[in-house]
Structures are given as C-alpha cells and as structure tokens.
Design a binder for this molecule. Structure first.
Ligand SMILES: [Zn+2]
Length: 427
C-alpha cells in the first residue's frame, strides 16, 4: 500500500534507516527460539540435527532425561526418538528498538529445516514492524500475506515490507524477544519500567501513550485494572474512573478487576454511592461481591414472583368475569360431591393434586367450558370439563389423566343435573 498520510510517509521513510538484523541477534534468536536436537533411532544411533554428525549413542534413559553432547560440534542436544529424516520448525522472534523518535517493534519469521546428515538450514525474515508514535498512534509495515484457508500468516516472500492496513495477523506473539531492548523516553516517562504486565508491547505502549488514565493505572501499580481495560475495550474505563481514582487515593489495589467492576455494577444497581471509599475499597472484595450478588438475585426473584402474582391476578379477574355466575354451583349424590372450581388458585391446586394440565394449559380462560372438581370426603377424585354449548361432559379425568372407579357415576351425575347449569346461564 502506498503511504498516504503524513505519518505513513514518515514511517516509510524512517524504516529505510532501520538497520538490518545483525548476525549476533540472529544467532541469539535461533539459540533461544528452537530446541537443539539429536535424533535417535531404535538402534541407538544418534544424529546431531545441528551439524548432521552421527554416532553410536550410550545409555538410553540418561540420554532421554539429560540429553547428549555432539562429539563433532559440541552442542548440548535434547534427544528425540524418531525415524523421520527431515524436521521443519517455525517461530516468531521480536526486537524492541527505537528509530527516528518512534518506538519500533520488529517481528521476524524464523524457520529451521533439519535434515539427517546435513547441517541445519536457518532462515530469518522480517515480516512485521509496528511503528508507535510518542502520542500512541501506530502504523504497520509488513509483507503481504498469501490467501490460505488454514493459516492467516502465510507470508508472501516476494513482497516487501510496506505500509499495510492493520490485520490481526500483524499482532504477533513472539516466542522470544531479544534481551537488549531500546525504548523511547516517552514510554519511560509514562511509567513503563520494563515489565509488560502480560500485555503485548504494542497494547501497553499505545495505551499508556494515548490515554492518560492508562498511564495513571500503570504508575499507581493498578496492573489488573490496566490489563482489564486494555483487553476489554468494550467496557468503558470512563464508567469506573471516578471510583478507580478513589481506590488509588486510598492506596487500595484492585487485584481482580473484572470482579471489582461487577461489584461496582451491583452497587450502582442498588443506587449506592460509588464514590464512597468504604464501599469502593472493600477489604474482602469476594465476600462483598457475593453479598450484593445474593441481594440482586433475591431482588430478581421477588420481581419474578411479583410479575407472576400480577399475571395470576389478571387471570383471576378474567375467570371471575367469565364464570362468576356458575361459582357455587354444586351437585351431590351420596358421598360424591361435584362443584365448579371457585378461582384460579383452585385450578392450580386441582392440577397439582391430580397431576394434570388443568392449570398449566389455562382451562380457566376457556370461555365455552366449565370446570368442576369431583370430590369424595374432601378428596379430589376427578376433574370434569363440561361444554357450555351442549351442557355435556367433554372429559373427566383423575390422577395423571386416568379414570377412577367413580368415573361413570360422575359423568351421570353431571349430565343429569346439567339443567342447573342452564338455569344459571339464563339467570
Ligand atoms: Zn553437531
């Protein structure tokens, strides 16, 4: 991509002045990014994958644990058991340096090809550079990438390092970083003392250079908050900043930022003062978090119950409106006693006692049927549904929808006394 903005032009220009990686840096990289290995065959024959020399091995167990030394090149080697002839490895390596007032992060793609009988072949090619300005802006210089379904970092070796639109392939986590590092004075001024606190150099530098609050978090040693708000950009630091300042002023270190933010959300939910140091800096965060969490859960449950109560009440009103004139209607014969269910709650009790769906399927809202309970000595036996059109029994069901020995008697009694229903209809 052609550099377009002033900054891009500046970066493209400065990158020409960047010194190529030195032999010493390359040697260090290959020593520290890869294992140095000897291959052992079942016969015990060892081959140094560094220089290609082969020799007869010694004690198998000792070699497996302690490794061996190549008698030819003197390298300390880790022993691997394999029949393979060739071994290919690839890793990323990083260099942190400065150039023209920029903080520069350089990433190299290292490849190591080992073939039995030959010295290892090493390739080191620079693939990505992050150029960070003292105000925390970042431009990317990178090679282009080939299309691949499986890998996003298939670099196109015929391309040059150029200004590129940022892609996640440019966010590289190198297996090793060269120990001699150089920093622009601004990152040191903003609190950086050599520790990245588990963030990528890019993230940490850009954040502390571009956001004074991040700088404050670093200087105040609020590392977990720094990490939390660096990684979770969706959660706004602004929403918590006033409370964080109180923590800092009270020398209260937040060790579990996501729990603390949750806790603050809970305080806010209950309308508590999130500027009160006593609340904002709890001695036992976990206990306080859990206490408020419990309160919220209880509140939610109350809320749910309240909604349920309202819904029931609405149903009750509907039921009464539809069936008020039938309530109190009852038929009996001997110990058998049948009457209209008097309210919605009784549908619930009936459904529970007989384990059927008279309540859950909201029979109380059906406008054209009437539901009775048939009881013997106060015990619910069957539930009867009668059509208000034909005044005939539609269904009568006992526990789990089974018929009881009173089934026929119940239906007979209801059908016989159906004229009493009609009477109420016309009343
Ligand atoms: Zn060797």
């Amino acid at each position: 991509m052609k550099p377009r903005t002033k900054l891009q032009k500046q970066v493209a220009e400065q990158s020409k002045r960047l010194a190529p990686i030195t032999q010493r840096q390359k040697d260090w990289a290959f020593q520290n990014c890869f294992d140095l290995q000897a291959r052992r065959l079942k016969s015990g024959k060892l081959t140094c994958l560094e220089c290609g020399h082969s020799w007869k091995g010694g004690h198998v167990l000792a070699e497996s644990i302690c490794g061996c030394t190549c008698p030819n090149c003197g390298t300390e080697l880790k022993v691997i058991n394999s029949q393979k002839q060739t071994f290919k490895y690839a890793e990323y390596f990083g260099i942190i340096t400065v150039c023209g007032g920029f903080q520069v992060l350089r990433y190299f793609f290292l490849e190591k090809h080992c073939q039995v009988g030959n010295p290892a072949r090493l390739f080191c090619r620079e693939v990505v550079q992050h150029w960070i300005t003292p105000s925390g802006k970042c431009e990317i210089m990178a090679r282009s990438r080939n299309m691949s379904i499986f890998y996003y970092d298939v670099w196109n070796w015929s391309s040059e390092l150029e200004i590129r639109r940022e892609h996640h392939a440019h966010h590289i986590s190198p297996v090793a970083v060269y120990p001699h590092k150089r920093y622009i004075s601004e990152v040191k001024r903003n609190g950086f003392m050599g520790n990245f606190h588990q963030l990528s150099p890019r993230t940490l530098f850009c954040n502390i250079l571009s956001d004074s609050r991040m700088e404050t978090l670093l200087k105040a040693e609020q590392y977990d908050l720094l990490r939390h708000f660096s990684v979770r950009r969706s959660q706004s630091l602004e929403d918590y900043w006033a409370s964080i300042k109180i923590c800092i002023r009270n020398k209260y270190t937040v060790t579990d930022a996501s729990l603390w933010c949750d806790y603050l959300d809970l305080l806010r939910f209950f309308g508590k003062d999130v500027l009160n140091a006593k609340l904002v800096c709890p001695i036992d965060l976990k206990a306080e978090h859990d206490r408020w969490m419990k309160k919220k859960t209880a509140w939610q449950e109350r809320q749910k119950r309240e909604e349920e109560r309202k819904r029931l009440l609405k149903n009750e009103q509907a039921y009464q409106k539809l069936k008020a004139k039938f309530i109190g209607l009852e038929f009996s014969e001997g110990s058998l006693y049948i009457r209209v269910l008097k309210d919605v709650n009784e549908f619930y009790e009936e459904g529970n006692a007989l384990k059927h769906c008279v309540f859950t399927n909201e029979y109380f809202l059906k406008p054209d049927t009437l539901v009775f309970t048939a009881q013997i000595n106060g015990k619910r036996i069957e539930t009867v549904e009668v059509s208000l059109e034909t005044l005939k029994v539609i269904q009568s069901r006992g526990v789990c929808n089974e018929n009881t020995e009173y089934h026929e008697q119940i239906i007979d009694l209801v059908n016989r006394d159906a004229h009493l229903i009609r009477k109420r209809m016309t009343a």
